[in-house]
Write a protein that binds this ligand. Structure first.
Ligand SMILES: C[S@@+](CC[C@H](N)C(=O)[O-])C[C@H]1O[C@@H](n2cnc3c(N)ncnc32)[C@H](O)[C@@H]1O
Length: 248
């Protein structure tokens, strides 16, 4: 069994080729504008840099911090976007940004209370007064009501065919779901198949829980809405986008 984003990172961009990063970047840029953010962004868990590069194209200056060296290796820097390896729970850059972003469930990867609190503290430490923290999480009411299910995803390009089986193992007393990814990667030319087996523990959150953590780190929640649609969250809203303002 590999570490989170160890082998998985090699196929990350292909696996998420159909994810609409452009609409997501436009959506987050609208939120940044609506909540009066400036143009210096710190991106937690920047992955392969797909959001970061799009924000740079939209006139932002973005520094990405990413824990996985494999994800960094798969990332390219552009004018306005750079990234470096680090853990956002211990980060100390000695610099304050206009906004901190943590997109595509980065907060959910912090499964212990101490890790979640550390991430919030580090977001606050790197924000100017009145700065904005935007992130998305799995929403507990939807996880309990819909229940995670086994999902199969198939995706291919000219050289590779990928079949990914995602099997969820809920830990209900910890608000965590262990998602076991079994990925079969076929080399189209040779027919050779490689198997990748990775477990991603994912925490889900309720709004009162997030508000409590936020309060301790000097944040106030200013928005909670369905990611991308802006609808009010409910039992059918798996992905919720939260906007917090640094008030202390
Ligand atoms: C689902 S990926 C999202 C990557 C990217 N934000 C995107 O939208 O494609 C979650 C990322 O968060 C990173 N991550 C999780 N916890 C982290 C931490 N404590 N410090 C830095 N990166 C972290 C993982 O390595 C992974 O690249």
């Amino acid at each position: 069994m590999a570490d989170v984003f160890d082998a998985y990172s090699r196929y990350y961009d292909l696996l998420y080729r159909d994810k609409d990063y452009v609409s997501e970047a436009d959506y987050i840029a609208r939120l940044l504008k609506a909540y009066g953010s400036g143009r210096e962004l710190l991106e937690f868990g920047s992955g392969t840099g797909r959001h970061g590069r799009l924000f740079a194209e939209r006139g932002y200056r973005v520094l990405g911090i990413e824990r996985s060296p494999e994800m960094i290796a798969a990332s390219t820097e552009t004018e306005g976007f750079s990234c470096r390896q680090g853990d956002v729970c211990t980060l100390d850059l000695g610099y304050r940004f206009d906004a901190v972003l943590a997109l595509f469930h980065v907060v959910c990867y912090q499964t212990s209370n101490s890790a979640v609190c550390a991430l919030f503290d580090r977001a606050a430490l790197h924000l100017k007064q009145g700065g904005i923290f935007i992130f998305d999480v799995w929403y507990s009411p939807a996880v309990y009501s819909q229940k995670p299910a086994v999902r199969v995803k198939r995706i291919s390009d000219a050289t590779t065919e990928i079949t990914r089986i995602a099997e969820p193992y809920p830990r209900p007393n910890e608000n965590v779901v262990d998602v076991n990814y079994l990925v079969f990667v076929e080399d189209v030319k040779s027919g050779g198949v490689q198997k990748v087996d990775e477990t991603h523990p994912m925490r889900h959150f309720s709004l009162p829980e997030l508000d409590l953590i936020a309060e301790h780190s000097g944040f106030e929640r200013v928005a909670a809405e369905e990611f991308l649609t802006g609808q009010k969250p409910g039992e059918n809203t798996w992905g919720v986008c939260i906007v917090m303002k640094k008030v202390r």
